[in-house]
Design a protein around this ligand. Sequence first.
Ligand code: NI
Length: 159
Amino acid sequence: IGGPFELVDTDGDRVTEATFSDKPTAMFFGFTFCPDVCPTTLYEAGGWLDALGDKADDLRIVFVTVDPERDTPEQMKSYLSSFDPRIVGLTGTREQIDDVISNYRVYAKKVPLDDGDYTMDHSAAVMLFDKDGDFTGTINYQESQENAVAKLERLVAGS
Ligand code: NI
């Protein structure tokens, strides 16, 4: 799970796995129109960073969209402004995002709605990677803050 990727951040600047090689990363996938899972996780992630205190400087939390058609860098930036500013948002072309979804073994599926719009089903776990990019585990959706922070502390300590 993991590997090379090439995406853009919310300023449209190119980001690859090498950009993140200075610290461990907690990465999760979703989309800005998500009604529940993503906003909940993003909100909780801000709480993890707060609870980590200074150790949060040694960790990166990354939110990757599975819906790049709607989640442009501008849309990502606007959406993420409601959450902790330390959370990094990434998007890309459909092909770039599909590559990441595949390499990171993420489940993501477009689901049409009755009104002609669509939503995205997607996996909800936060994936943890050490600074070498090696997968070390997950934080599950709505796991307790105590557990989540303990896992992140171990991730930071081990890197
Ligand atoms: Ni979501």
